[in-house]
Design a protein around this ligand. Structure first.
Ligand code: SF4
Length: 179
């Protein structure tokens, strides 16, 4: 990892992020924009670098599971019956194809626990602006590519994500190994 990208990511996540969140406390309508900006800057910097990545974790938000599905996936995503009523099925298939870890987190505490257990070299995280930006800050210096979820039914319910973006991020990590 290049020292300058490491330093700049640290500056953005540990200094600029809290400053923007303070500004967001006064400009509430702008807060999601600030958080999305942090995610974008982080992704740009992560993708300026190579990484020594052997173990990748795909970390998903709970709201991506179909709200009518009664399977409990928090501790084992592979309990999914793969009915196809939500993208969990496709995401498990991607994880199997690329032989990466996959987990669902219901919040920051569970996300931190998963990261501690899996000990990934890199993370592809899916979430809303708030959870994604705070998660990237929490897991620094692990390289994270953050992908915003899509919310056709509003926040926190039956959300979805572009499978193409997930695969692109995965391929990026696979193709940019440190020599
Ligand atoms: S694909 Fe899996 S998680 Fe989604 S609704 Fe079907 S069983 Fe539930």
């Amino acid at each position: 990892m290049k020292a300058w990208t490491h330093f700049l990511r640290g500056f953005i996540l540990k200094i600029l992020y809290p400053v923007l969140m303070l500004a967001g406390a006064f400009l509430k309508s702008k807060k999601p924009e600030f958080q999305a900006y942090i995610v974008k800057l982080n992704n740009l910097l992560v993708m300026r670098d190579n990484a020594n990545v052997k173990k990748i974790l795909l970390l998903l938000p709970h709201c991506i599971q179909n709200s009518k599905c009664d399977v409990r996936l928090t501790f084992d995503v592979f309990k999914c019956r793969r009915c196809g009523n939500c993208k969990i099925k496709n995401l498990i298939e991607i994880a199997e194809t690329y032989n990466i870890s996959i987990a669902i987190a219901t919040g920051g505490t569970i996300a931190r626990k998963v990261v501690k257990e899996v000990r990934p070299d890199a993370i592809i995280a899916v979430a809303c602006e708030r959870d994604l930006s705070s998660g990237i800050v929490d897991t620094y210096p692990i390289p994270v590519i953050g992908i915003l979820n899509e919310r056709p039914f509003g926040p926190c319910i039956d959300t979805t994500v572009s499978l193409q973006k997930i695969e692109d991020a995965l391929k990026w990590f696979i193709n940019h190994q440190e020599k």
